[in-house]
Structures are given as C-alpha cells and as structure tokens.
Design a protein around this ligand. Structure first.
Ligand SMILES: Nc1ncnc2c1ncn2[C@@H]1O[C@H](COP(=O)(O)OP(=O)(O)OP(=O)(O)O)[C@@H](O)[C@H]1O
Ligand SMILES: [Mg+2]
Length: 244
C-alpha cells in the first residue's frame, strides 16, 4: 500500500459522521482523508483498511486506499474549532481513499448487476458492516458503475472487546436485513462459491501485515475472518432468510 502526505486541507465532508476531509497530497492527487483522531478512533481506520482491501481482493470496485501522513499545519487556515481539534488529534499517520471526482449519490439498486449485489452483501456479511442501508448506502455512482466506500463501521463488535474473535464470528448478524442491495442480490450461495475460496491464508497474512501496531492488534481481526469464512454458509443462510 502506498503512503502519501497531505499538502493542503481543501474542505470537510460534513455529511459524514466522522467529518472526513478532501485533501490534496504530495503526489498532486485528491484524497478523502479519514482522521485517526475522529470520535470512532483508530479502529475505524483499521476497519477501513481491512474491509477495503478485502473488497479489492474479491474484485469489487473500491477506490485506492492509502496511508496518509498529516501535519496539522496544512489546515492552519481552517476557522472551525472542531476541524482544528480533528487535525491536532490526527497528526501523523491516517488512512485516505482516492477521491472519485464527480461521483454521484447512489439512489437506484436496479442499476446494480444482481451478481455484484450478491457479492457486496456477501462481503458486508463477512465483515459485519452495518453501514450499507437505504438511508446511508455508502455506495457511489461513478463512470457508470457502482463503487464501495466507507467501511469504517465494519468489524464493529471488535471496538468493544476483541478477546474472543471466534465467538464474535459465530454471532448472528441480523442487521444484514437492512442492507440496501439485499433485495437486488442474486444467488448468495453462488456469491459464496465465488468469493469464499479467495479469502485464503495468503490474503489474510497480507491483511494482517497492513495494520500499524499502534492502531490495534491485527491478530483478532484475522482470527475473526478465518472463522467467519470457514462458516460462511451460516451467514449466507442468515442473509437468505432476511430477504422479504
Ligand atoms: N472516495 C470518495 N470519492 C468521492 N466522494 C467520497 C469518497 N469517499 C467519501 N466521499 C463522500 O464523502 C461522504 C462521507 O464519507 P464517508 O461515508 O466515508 O464518511 P463517514 O464519516 O464514515 O460517513 P458516515 O456518516 O456514513 O459514517 C460520502 O458520503 C461521500 O459523499
Ligand atoms: Mg458514510
């Protein structure tokens, strides 16, 4: 994964609960910066990294995820004290996503291919992502296709206590019933057959190596994923039953 450095604070995305920002970086690109010092804490960045890179490994469209160095002085001209607080609390390493310029809000599940919809439901069941609902789909339309963003709420049960990841993996995930693409999804069993074999030891080891030790111990996340994918028929059945 690449590491860039923010060179200019452009503007906040105020609709986002964590107030991410559009920033310019030293490679002249524009990125959506997710602040390590936001209320959700560094584990939201761990989730962003792990779920984003998992999605990419499964062939799903996600913007490039990078590490982003931040010197709070790049936002010195921002008058909002809330933004100053975020900047100060996030000095050093953060996560950023490639900005998709001109992307539109996602409004119509009918525009998504049913197999892709099933793959997205499968991914979100795997990582227990609660943030892909009709009210807050965290999908964008860009260049005629659907892109996945905002995986900060995945692995949410690890935020409180990650001491028994196999137990978390065995818990039901009823919130899948609210998934924006569940009514549109094709066969989830087919998605399982396509995707489960891709979540192998090599991928899990690569993901484990991505997490900065200061943010979280990556081991419980990997143990969770290993157990979850081993029992994937269970969450596939659960999602099938949640269909109306
Ligand atoms: N890569 C991107 N390209 C273009 N726009 C983006 C991108 N990432 C995020 N956005 C825009 O910024 C908004 C906030 O980003 P995001 O959903 O990641 O933040 P959040 O604080 O985690 O939001 P939430 O309120 O869903 O928790 C998105 O709804 C979208 O409009
Ligand atoms: Mg969001």
């Amino acid at each position: 994964m690449r590491t860039i450095t923010a060179t200019r604070y452009v503007t906040p995305f105020r609709e986002g609960g964590s107030m991410p920002a559009l920033v310019e970086a030293d490679d002249d690109g524009l990125y959506v910066l997710k602040f390590r010092g936001a209320g959700q804490g560094p584990r939201a960045l761990v989730a962003e990294l792990l779920a984003g890179e998992l999605a990419r490994a499964l062939g799903l469209p996600v913007p490039e995820v990078v590490f982003c160095g931040l010197d709070p002085r790049v936002g010195a001209a921002e008058p909002d004290p809330e933004i100053q607080e975020l900047l100060q609390a996030s000095a050093g390493l953060n996560v950023a996503l490639d900005f998709l310029p001109g992307a539109l809000a996602f409004t119509d599940p009918e525009t998504v291919d049913p197999a892709l919809a099933a793959d997205v439901v499968w991914l979100d069941s795997l990582v227990m992502n609660v943030d892909r609902t009709p009210r807050n789909p965290n999908l964008l339309r860009w260049h005629g296709s659907t892109w996945l963003i905002d995986h900060g709420a995945a692995f949410y049960r690890h935020h409180r206590d990650d001491s028994d990841p196999e137990a978390i993996a065995a818990q039901p995930f009823g919130l899948i019933a609210d998934h924006v693409l569940l009514p549109r999804a094709g066969s989830l069993a087919d998605a399982d057959a396509r995707l489960a074999p891709l979540v192998d030891d090599a991928l899990l080891e690569r993901l484990e190596g991505l997490i900065p030790a200061e943010w979280a111990d990556p081991e419980p996340y990997v143990r969770f994923l290993r157990a979850r994918v081993a029992g994937s028929e269970r969450f596939v059945q659960e999602a099938e039953h949640a269909r109306v």
